[in-house]
Design a protein around this ligand. Structure first.
Ligand code: XIL
Length: 458
């Protein structure tokens, strides 16, 4: 069924009203700096304003463009360059006193079509690659602290991935890329980066041997990036030991793309577990002297690649989609030495909600219902989105005290200006008219800002 009251400009403006954080919230970048590491986030350049920009600037001291420096973005057609997004990220970082991780120069994925589908002699391909590295690194010379020079060079069994570069040039493509990058910007720290290398195992053994070979050949490699795309409940127990063995090779290490995904919906229990795991990963970096820092791959669930790539999974970042800090955020802060406002006990505010759904009246094909959302946690809710799925094909036709839209069977209610804030113990109520046919079964589950609520029917 079609949406009811369309998402209006007024609704969009409301998003900006949602307070980014609570007054007493810790500042991750300051805590991290005091511990001698950086705390970074991947960003989407077009979003760097409003609340998204404010949180990025306030909380993180390193940013990584999620896509804007990839080859397919910067050189979509051979010889024609698009630096707009990359420039915006670097300018933002400088305006906010942040480092930049450049990501990424040589990768089998997100290549421009002309490169991916073109056929080139080996000599030509090598020159194309080193020219690309030289051009991009030179453009940002002196402004990028860490470069992911080569991304994802390995197969899961630790052998070399059969990328276009490897297939034509052999392993020497890696050495050539690093040498070109070093020549273009001697001050940047040059990294190799991969996923599923976080714990010990065949793939990280492959990376270990590769780094040993590169070092033995005198290749200018400074660091190894561990992406850290992790699954709730599956953080490798060997993470710290693995980081340490690479550090012992004489390179820096960093967690470069941390997210911890879960099967949706998020529940309080899952979010509590996620807090423990963000804390553990941060602690692993802190425990390794050569660990330079941690970057989360998007700081908010509204800017995460997970739901697009892993259907049914998400809630993988430290802030919810409404820019409210999740337990994971406090877990990071605690690892970084934050002890809360009083220092006593667990300082993490609790979150929780309870929904009362009541049909007020019903007629042949229509009905009127009221929904009350209660904040059962100890922290305020500043801006809310309530979602539910209709069990028997109902749809919302008109709403008041909230803006309700519908996509398929899923209804989404966003607060009105006057009921955006719900203090602990407080509630917000909205109502709507709906249409039904065949049945009008009440929804059995609701999520508030992505987390499941207790449900009371009346
Ligand atoms: C992802 C981006 O976040 C998405 O927006 C894009 O559609 C695909 O790439 N490993 C990497 C990152 O090194 O570049 C990827 O980023 C995530 C996996």
């Amino acid at each position: 069924m079609a949406a009811v009251s369309a998402l209006t400009a007024a609704t969009v403006a409301l998003v900006g009203l949602a307070a980014p954080a609570h007054a007493a919230d810790p500042v991750l970048r300051d805590l991290a700096a005091a511990k001698g590491i950086y705390y970074g986030t991947a960003v989407t350049s077009s979003k760097l304003s409003g609340t998204y920009g404010a949180v990025t600037g306030a909380q993180f001291d390193s940013i990584t463009p999620a896509n804007e420096m990839k080859w397919g973005t910067v050189e979509p057609n051979r010889g024609s360059f698009n630096w707009a997004g990359a420039d915006r990220v670097v300018d933002f970082a400088e305006a906010n006193g942040q480092q930049v991780r450049g990501h990424t120069l040589v990768w089998h994925s997100q290549m421009p079509n002309w490169l991916a589908n073109g056929s080139f002699s080996n000599t030509e391909l090598r020159t194309i690659m080193t020219d690309h590295v030289t051009t991009e690194v030179t453009r940002y010379k002196g402004r990028i602290d860490h470069w992911d020079v080569v991304n994802e060079p390995l197969n899961e069994d630790g052998t070399m991935r059969g990328s276009k570069f490897y297939n034509q040039l052999g392993e020497s493509y890696i050495a050539d890329a690093f040498r070109a990058a070093r020549a273009a910007d001697p001050a940047a720290k040059l990294y190799i980066n991969d996923y599923n290398t976080d714990g010990t195992g065949p793939k990280s053994n492959g990376m270990y041997s590769l780094v040993q070979r590169l070092k033995a050949q005198g290749v200018p490699i400074d660091g190894v990036g561990f992406q850290g795309h992790l699954i709730l409940g599956q953080v490798p127990a060997t993470l710290q030991a693995n980081l340490q063995r690479f550090a012992d090779l004489g390179v820096e290490v960093a967690i470069t793309e941390l997210d911890i995904r879960m099967t949706l919906p998020a529940t309080d229990a899952k979010l509590a577990q996620q807090k423990t795991e963000f804390k553990a990963v941060t602690n692993a970096c802190l425990a390794v002297a050569r660990c330079a820092g941690v970057t989360v791959w998007g700081f908010t669930d509204s800017d995460s690649w997970i739901p697009d790539v892993f259907p049914g999974e998400g809630a993988a970042t430290p802030y919810d989609a409404g820019f409210q800090p999740k337990p994971a955020y406090y877990g990071i802060a605690e690892a970084l030495g934050w002890t809360g406002d009083g220092g006593g006990g667990d300082p993490t505010p609790t979150t929780g909600c309870a929904v009362t759904y009541a049909v007020q009246s019903q007629w042949n094909t229509g009905f009127t219902a009221n929904v009350t959302v209660r904040n059962t946690g100890s922290s305020p809710v500043n801006g809310w989105t309530l979602r539910w799925t209709w069990p028997s094909g109902q749809s919302v036709t008109q709403a008041w005290n909230a803006t309700v839209t519908q996509s398929g069977a899923q209804a989404t209610a966003v607060n009105a200006a006057h009921n955006a804030a719900i203090v602990p113990g407080g509630s917000a109520t909205f109502g709507f008219n709906g249409a039904w046919s065949g049945g009008n079964t009440a929804p059995g589950a609701f999520t508030l800002n992505g987390a499941a609520c207790a449900v009371a029917l009346s």
